[in-house]
Ligand binder design. Structure first.
Ligand code: OOB
Length: 543
């Protein structure tokens, strides 16, 4: 096992193997076998750096081999960590499988991440390389790489597109090399945690565990050869990557279509043209699609399943999916740390609309406990703890956080507050972790607070969620100024200059001279949220 990652105890590993969940297969072999079985089927459709692309399984397999040889020639080795920050482009697949083939470990950053986050990933993972597009969504990623020159040298910045002073992915030598297969029980990739702490945490996922999660997901979602998955969310997020996502599609011999943007004007024509059968959205986007579908001239009749997850989807909205879009709704309640719950396609309507589903695996252990860690009966609300064949036992190089995030017997404390129905379906009722879920984008309050505290005019900062009709939640920073309050706009500009992703910049900043406190003297975020809700309601009434 990669040093810094926590293996499953042997007793559990043996159980998951015996059940046939861990199949002892690596990603490299998975693609090889898929190419042997589905060679001439289309694996990937998208807009690449050199134009429109339709790669068959055989073509993707060849390309991954060629790039793997190039990466070896560049000096990349087994277990090297590589930060991959690619948007929804076909090169994403080539890069991932080339890295898997040489045994290197992609660390998946989001396209929205900026210097503060990427610099941290590069340093914390001690990354050997960084993969970027040239430009994406109006942003020049090479400018960002220039800012990070102390963390990664220019020749180790690999660009899909015009490389300028960096290394072009397409320009690497391609003499085939012999590549031994890796160890399926070792770390294959790292996902990012939504986070609750000052710095984001890395989630090491093994070949065995991750492949199991998306194979089983593909089965639950009915993906098969001939199926077409539309990747509308950013591909590097765990949901569109593996629930069942693009990797599940690949394992099933289906086609992945990459949408550069998730908006209906981009996605609807793709659904019509490619006869898309399944896609996954976060709730705010699902609401936008439901609105746009009423008047669209595009033919969406190929769509069989709309998955919605990442944040709570209301029962009212879920009930509108079939009447408006003509397809089934599937709720997905998952986490990059592992556990994924799905409503099943043949569940009764009240379960599909009113719950967030149940785990993938009979080996997923789910506990719902009170504040003292005692199990509560079905129907009662409590903290969700979980352990299983694809839920990590520890974050990467994070001993001090792991002690709090996992129980001594290896259950992950999800921070979610849930209720379990008599049938075993989960309903998400809230959250105990200090995180804001802004329409599926997770924001660790402490991370933003630390950035605010770096401003000379900020004495103290508390970041909390405020309710929002569209996004579910927005962020509000409540700041105690040092002397004269700075302008909110100046504080936002300050955060931007510190290089954080723009979705983490508070939607609203208000000032106060003191915080409500809990009995033990900590800031009471619950009281703060309540006071803010009052204040915002008064503001609205005055408008
Ligand atoms: C997914 O993964 P992450 O790691 O970005 O966020 C996980 C957290 C959960 O702990 C929960 O707080 C929230 O996101 N969440 C939901 C939800 N799905 C995720 N809360 C309420 N209802 C839902 N349906 O978000 C993710 C990973 C894989 C598949 C789907 C989502």
């Amino acid at each position: 096992m990669l040093p810094g990652a926590t293996p499953w105890p042997e007793e559990y590993a043996a159980r998951y193997r015996a059940a046939g969940h861990w199949r002892g297969q690596t990603f490299g072999t998975l693609l090889r076998e898929a190419a042997a079985e589905h060679g001439e089927r289309v694996a990937v459709v998208g807009e690449g750096a050199a134009g429109a692309v339709r790669w068959t399984y055989a073509e993707l397999d060849r390309r991954a081999d060629r790039l793997a040889a190039g990466l070896r020639a560049l000096g990349l080795r087994d277990r090297d960590r590589v930060v991959v920050q690619l948007p929804n482009v076909p090169e994403f697949f080539e890069v991932c499988f080339a890295l898997f083939r040489i045994g290197a470990i992609p660390v998946f950053a989001l396209p929205a991440h900026r210097a503060a986050e990427i610099g941290y990933f590069l340093r914390h993972a001690e990354a050997a390389a960084y993969v970027i597009p040239d430009r994406h969504a109006g942003f020049d990623h090479r400018a960002l790489a220039r800012e990070l020159k102390d963390d990664v040298p220019p020749e180790r910045v690999l660009v899909a597109g015009e490389a300028e002073e960096f290394t072009a992915l397409g320009g690497l030598p391609a003499d085939p090399v012999d590549l031994p297969d890796g160890d399926p029980s070792d770390v294959a990739l790292m996902q990012l945690s939504g986070g609750t702490t000052g710095t984001p945490k890395l989630i090491p996922r093994t070949h065995d565990d991750y492949i199991y999660s998306f194979r089983a997901s593909a089965e639950i979602c009915g993906l098969r050869p001939g199926g077409v998955y539309l990747c509308a969310l950013p591909v590097s997020h765990n949901f569109p990557m593996s629930s069942p996502g693009v990797f599940g599609a690949l394992a099933a011999g289906a086609t992945s279509v990459l949408a550069p943007l998730p908006s209906p004007d981009v996605a609807f024509p793709l659904i019509e043209r490619e006869r898309v059968t399944i896609t996954g959205l976060v709730p705010p986007l699902a609401l936008v699609w439901l609105e746009a579908a009423r008047t669209t001239r595009h033919d969406l009749s190929s769509l069989e399943v709309l998955q919605v997850g990442g944040a709570k989807f209301s029962a009212e909205a879920a009930a509108r999916v079939r009447p408006v879009l003509g397809c089934d709704v599937q709720q997905v309640f998952g986490m990059a740390e592992g556990l994924v719950n799905y409503t099943r396609l043949d569940d009764p309507e009240d379960v599909r609309v009113g719950t967030q589903g149940r785990p993938i695996s009979e080996h997923d252990e789910v506990r719902v406990v009170d504040d003292d860690g005692r199990d509560v009966p079905p129907g009662e609300t409590g903290h969700l703890l979980t352990r299983g064949p694809y839920t990590i036992r520890g974050y990467y190089r994070a001993d001090e956080h792991n002690a709090a995030a996992f129980t001594p017997d290896g259950f992950y404390r999800t921070g979610d507050v849930v209720r379990r129905t008599a049938d075993g379906d989960l309903v998400v009722e809230g959250r105990a972790k200090d995180q804001i879920n802004r329409g599926g984008e997770k924001i660790a309050a402490e991370e933003v607070e630390n950035h605010l505290l770096a401003h000379p005019a900020v004495h103290d900062a508390a970041v909390v969620a405020v309710p929002d009709a569209m996004l579910g939640e927005r962020t509000c920073a409540v700041v105690i100024p040092r002397g004269e309050p700075p302008r909110a706009l100046a504080l936002k500009a300050f955060l931007r200059e510190r290089g954080i992703a723009s979705y983490k910049i508070p939607d609203r900043i208000v000032f106060t001279d003191r915080y409500p406190h809990t009995g033990v003297g900590k800031v009471s975020k619950r009281d703060l949220r309540a006071a803010l809700a009052d204040r915002l309601a008064r503001d609205r009434a005055a408008d």
